[in-house]
Structures are given as structure tokens and as C-alpha cells.
Design a protein around this ligand. Sequence first.
Ligand code: SAH
Ligand code: SF4
Ligand code: F3S
Length: 446
Amino acid sequence: MVNKSFHITTYGCQMNEHDSETIAGMLLERGYTRAEDQKSADIVIFNTCSIRENADNRFLGTLGQLKKRKVASLKDLTICVCGCMMQQPQVVDEMKEKFPWVDVIFGTHNIHEFPELLEKYFAKNKRQRSVWEEHGEIVEGLPCDRLFRHKAFVNIMYGCNNFCTYCIVPYTRGRERSRKPEDIVNEVRRLAADGVREIMLLGQNVNSYKGVDADGVQRDFTDLIYMLNEIEGLERIRFMTSHPKDLSDKLIQAFVDCKKLARWIHLPMQAGSSAVLKRMNRRYTREQYLELVRKLRAAVPDIAISTDIIVGFPGETEEDFEQTLTLCEEVRYDSAFTFMYSIRRGTPAEKYEDQVPEEIKHARFDRLVETVNRISIEKNAAYVGRTEEILVDGPGRNGEENFGGRTNTFKLVNFEGTPDMVGKKFMVKITDSNTFSLVGEVVSEV
Ligand code: SAH
Ligand code: SF4
Ligand code: F3S
């Protein structure tokens, strides 16, 4: 029996959240326990993200602060770092120099090795650094300690082949590879039997999923949705992220045919100017993007659409930026994640001339946020008076009786409730709205 507790801090996207669930699952299986917080943990794990410079900086700041604790700690404090930052050789070299007291380093391709690395570290009292340059076969059957009992992340593919010119992910997560359809279906069946009502299918670009059946038949992403839609006990299927260039008519039809497929799509636009999109290597134009939105809304009139937008990409002119604003006005997103372009080492855009000055990026960012928030407010206000089916996720932020859950369209709703409601579905009447959430009153259980 290992008498040690661990704590994981996760940065970045759902992919990392899910990896952290796997790391926790592997450690719990071996007898480690979860610490209540980082301060009381024997093993502190950081699952890092490298998507933008401030993601890097936040983590390095936290790590710096930990040195004092490591030196002063009476019991042995073990510090482990993994995730996308560790897949960049130059970052690992810098870490060796600046943070030589980090005990275990591993990458995104060898998460399954972590328990052995940790045991080796304890047995030999010697630092362990193991980062695979290339990914191996997909490792199936790893344990997973889910964040929620009633909903789960399910990875369907790993990696990315798109090489958007600003993005680090293809370098930190390797090439696209898809899990076998039956492995996914069996996992979701097991999850549903274990009480999971909603799944989020994960991948950097889920609609380039290409899985091969045991009998050699190829299945694409939409085939997979139809298969999962049949699973008893499962009620909602979501996915993220889908790339506009691969959003097929077949998938749009699945929104109509598959009752369990939630009426929400995250469709990153990135920029409203076709010239900028071209330099980003996104492989769609403004017009093609708008056409997709038109088709989605024709098929599912009340589908919620969210997006990612970057401002200040190299060479972005005032006119280009205004096209991003007008695209937002045309699409009317339910919500948008907005980012200032951040130079990533080793990506093509790092070398692009005419980088946009910081103050212009900031000014454009503020204007964009003003636009997207105004539209979100209007979109949310339209929900007031409706009664929506909510799957209750857990306590909200406003006191003991406050609970939160999501509509089918992924809107966050807060309402008064009781802990026994978590994981169940209720009809909730929407009484008020904010920029990022709705307020409601429970009407009845579904
Ligand atoms: N695979 C997903 C997104 C992964 S990263 C997709 O393609 O949609 C999430 C978001 O971070 C991206 O959509 C993009 O908007 C943003 N992003 C990625 N690299 C960035 C960079 N270098 N600077 C600023 N934002 C970036
Ligand atoms: Fe990055 Fe583009 Fe791949 Fe998304 S599709 S992970 S933005 S390279
Ligand atoms: Fe970050 Fe890696 Fe996700 S860079 S956004 S954690 S894939």
C-alpha cells in the first residue's frame, strides 16, 4: 500500500482535463489517494498547456513558487510535470536549467508510463525524465477517475494534421489517429451502464475521425454518432472541436436524425477575413464558413453556435479585423472564446513579418469582446420565459442552495436546488439572463 497523496493542476483544453482524469485513475488504482488541495499533497502534478504564451507563463510562475516549499518541506514533496509544454524539447531543456528540482517529467504520448516513472523515482531517488518524441499505438483500457458521475469525456481521436500556421498543437500532440469504433462504443456502453447520461466526444478535429471496424469497414465521425445514438441509457451526445473545412452535410443531417445529438456546435472561425484565413492555413473562406452556418440553421433552427476567434494575427489590417466583427454580427454566436495572437516557437507564423503591435492587438481585442458579449447578452435574453430541459451538474457559485446545469444547447443555467438533484434532468423555467449564463426556477423532474 502506497501511503502518498497526490494533487493535479490542469491547464488548457478538455484533452488535458481528460488526461488528468486518466492520471488520477492510474494513481488511485495503485493505492495513492487524492489530497484535498495542493498544499497537503505529497505528490504535486502539473498538466501543462502551451497554446499561448500566457499559458506558459502562468505555469512557470506557479512552479517557481513551489521551490521554497520543496526545500522547506519536512516530508518529501514530489513534483511532476507533464502535458503539452513538455512535448517541446527546448522547454524541457529550459526546465532542466531553471527548475532542476522537478522530479518527474513526462509527455503527452507516454501518460500510461507515469506510474512506473514515479515508482522508479521513489525506488532510486533519481529524477525521471521520459518524453516520447513520437506517439506509439493508442493505449486502450487505462483507468479513469471521472470529474462527474453523470457525464464523461470520451476521446475518439488524438493529434492534429491541420497545421494552422499559428498553432503548437500538431507539434505537441502528434499526427491524427483514431480509436477503433468498437472501442469507443464499448466504452460509452460501459459509461452509460455506470450512470453517465451525457458524453463529450473529444478530438482536435473530431470530424476527421476515421476508424476501422473489426471487419475492416471504415467509419467516419457521423457513422460513429449514429452508432452512439443507439446506446441505451445515454441521453446527450456532444463533441468538440469540429473544423469547418470538414463539416459535412452528412453530419448536419445527423443533428436532424439523432435525437441524442445535442443542438450545439463549437465551430472555430478564427478570423472573418478570407485573406487572414488563408495565411492561417484554415482552408475555408469567409463565404464558405457562412454557408455552413446557414446550412446548420436551416437543419436545426435553434442550434447554438460557439466559436474561437484570434485577433492580431500577423498582417491583420484594420479592414481584416472589421471583417471579423461583421462576421460575428452575421452569425450571432451564442458565445465566443477570444484570443490575442501569441507567437509560438516553431510554428510558421512565428516567422511571418508584419507582426501586429501589442497595443493594436489589445485595442482590437477589447472591441471584439464588446461585440461578442453584446450578442451573447441578446441571445441569452431570448431564453427568458422558455422552459428548458436541464441536466444538473452540481453546486453553482452563489451559495449553498444554488445549483447549475446545462440546456441541450449548452447554456449554463443557475437555479435553487438540492444536492440530490445532481445528475438528474429537470424542466427549468428561465427567469433571467446574463452575459454568460441564465437564471431559472425548477418546474418538474423529467
Ligand atoms: N483544435 C481546435 C482548437 C485547439 S486550440 C480547433 O482547431 O478548433 C483552441 C483555440 O486556441 C484555437 O481555436 C485558437 O483560437 C486558439 N489559439 C491556438 N493557437 C493560438 C495562438 N498561437 N495564439 C492565440 N490563440 C491561439
Ligand atoms: Fe491547432 Fe488548427 Fe489543429 Fe486546431 S485544427 S489544433 S487550431 S492546428
Ligand atoms: Fe493546450 Fe495542449 Fe490543449 S497546448 S489547448 S493542452 S492540446
